[in-house]
Design a protein around this ligand. Structure first.
Ligand code: FES
Ligand SMILES: [Fe+2]
Length: 341
C-alpha cells in the first residue's frame, strides 16, 4: 500500500518538456503554461523556435495575445517590443528603454517534430539528453497527433499510461479486449537513467477495432505492448501486431505521449499514433486520428473525474496497489527523485 496525499506530484524543474508540436509553432504567437510558467512561443523568420515569458514587463499583458514584427514581439497593449532574447528594444513615448526591461527567454530545442523547453536553471540545459522518438519525423512513417489539456495532476496521467490493463475497462470495444487485463506484465526499472519499461505480450488475443481496421487482419492476433517511459515527459508504447500463430506480417505502431505538467493539477496530454504500414491509405489515417482521439478523450474524461473526486478526499488517503501498478509506482519514485534534484 502506498499513501499519497492530496497534494500534486512535485515538479522536476531541471528537465526538458514538450511545450508544443512543431506544427503548432509558427508565425503567430502561441500561449502555453509549463511547470506553472506562462510561455509565449513563436518561430523566427528563419524558422527557429523562440520561447519567451508570456508577461509584458510593463503591465503584464500576455505576449501570446500580441503580434510579431519580423522576429520581434510587439506587446498588443502599449507596444513594448522584445527581441528573441527577451530584451526590450523599444518602448513608446521615450527614447530611453529602461535597463531592466526584459522578459525571460527559455532554452528551446526542436527534436522529432516536438518543441522542447527547459524551465529550470538555463546553465544546465543540454539538448543532447532529450529522449528520442524518431518515428515522429522519419520518412516512411505517418503520424496522427493532438493535444488535450486535462485538469488533473500529471502523476495521474503517468499512472494511467504505465498501466494499460485499464484498456479492457475504460476502452473496451475500442482498444481493450479481455486479454489485456488478464495477461501479466513484466517491469524493468533503470533508476539511474530514469526509464521504466513495462511489457505485456499476448500470444493469442482478440483483435480490437483499432488494429482490425488499420491492419486489415481478420481473426485473432499476437499483440505485443512494450512501454518505455523516459521520465518525466516522454512515453513510448511500441506496439507490434501479427496474426495469431504466424510470425509475419508484423504491423508496427508507435504510440507516443508527451506528459507535460502545466500547473499544479493541470497537465497537457500530447498524443500521437505513428505507423509504417498502409502509409498512403488516407482512410486509415483518418480512422486512426478520429478513433484515437475518442480513446484519448475517454482517458481525459476519466482523469478529470478522478481528480475532482480526489479533491474531496481528506489528505493522506490510502490507495491499494497490486502487480499491475509496479511500473506506475516505479515512475512515481523516479519522479520524486528528479523533483528533489
Ligand atoms: S502591457 Fe505591454 S506595453 Fe503595456
Ligand atoms: Fe487509456
Amino acid at each position: 500500500m502506498t499513501a499519497m496525499t492530496a497534494d500534486h506530484t512535485a515538479f522536476a524543474r531541471n528537465q526538458w518538456y514538450v511545450a508544443a508540436w512543431s506544427s503548432e509553432v509558427g508565425r503567430e504567437l502561441l500561449g502555453r503554461t509549463v511547470l506553472g510558467e506562462p510561455l509565449a512561443l513563436y518561430r523566427t523568420q528563419a524558422g527557429e523556435p523562440v520561447v519567451l515569458a508570456d508577461r509584458c514587463v510593463h503591465r503584464r499583458y500576455p505576449l501570446s495575445a500580441s503580434g510579431l514584427d519580423g522576429d520581434r514581439v510587439v506587446c498588443g497593449y502599449h507596444g513594448f517590443t522584445y527581441d528573441t532574447t527577451g530584451t526590450c528594444v523599444y518602448v513608446p513615448g521615450q527614447k530611453r528603454v529602461p535597463r531592466t526591461a526584459r522578459v525571460s527567454s527559455y532554452p528551446v530545442a526542436e527534436v522529432d517534430a516536438m518543441v522542447w523547453v527547459w524551465i529550470g536553471d538555463p546553465e544546465l540545459a543540454d539538448a543532447d539528453v532529450i529522449p528520442r522518438a524518431p518515428h515522429l519525423a522519419e520518412d516512411g512513417w505517418v503520424t496522427v497527433r493532438g493535444m488535450e489539456p486535462i485538469d488533473a495532476d500529471y502523476g495521474l496521467l503517468v499512472d494511467n499510461l504505465m498501466d494499460l490493463s485499464h484498456e479492457t475497462y475504460l476502452h473496451g470495444g475500442y482498444i481493450g479486449t479481455p486479454e489485456v487485463a488478464e495477461t501479466p506484465i513484466t517491469t524493468e526499472v533503470d533508476e539511474a537513467a530514469g526509464i521504466v519499461r513495462v511489457s505485456r505480450h499476448m500470444a493469442d488475443a482478440e483483435c480490437p477495432p483499432f488494429y482490425a481496421r488499420s491492419t486489415g487482419i481478420e481473426g485473432r492476433i499476437q499483440r505485443l505492448q512494450d512501454i518505455e517511459y523516459h521520465a518525466p515527459c516522454l512515453y513510448l508504447l511500441h506496439s507490434r501486431i501479427s496474426p495469431s500463430g504466424a510470425d509475419s506480417p508484423v504491423f508496427r505502431t508507435e504510440i507516443t505521449y508527451a506528459i507535460t505538467p502545466s500547473a499544479p493539477g493541470k497537465v497537457y496530454d500530447f498524443w500521437a499514433v505513428s505507423r509504417n504500414f498502409a502509409v498512403d491509405d488516407h482512410e486509415v489515417t483518418v480512422f486512426l486520428r478520429d478513433f484515437n482521439h475518442t480513446v484519448v478523450m475517454q482517458d481525459v474524461d476519466a482523469l478529470n473525474l478522478l481528480q475532482r473526486s480526489l479533491n474531496t478526499e481528506p489528505a493522506g488517503y490510502q490507495e491499494l496497489s497490486i502487480n499491475i501498478d509496479t511500473g506506475g509506482l516505479a515512475a512515481r519514485r523516479i519522479l520524486a527523485k528528479l523533483a528533489a534534484g
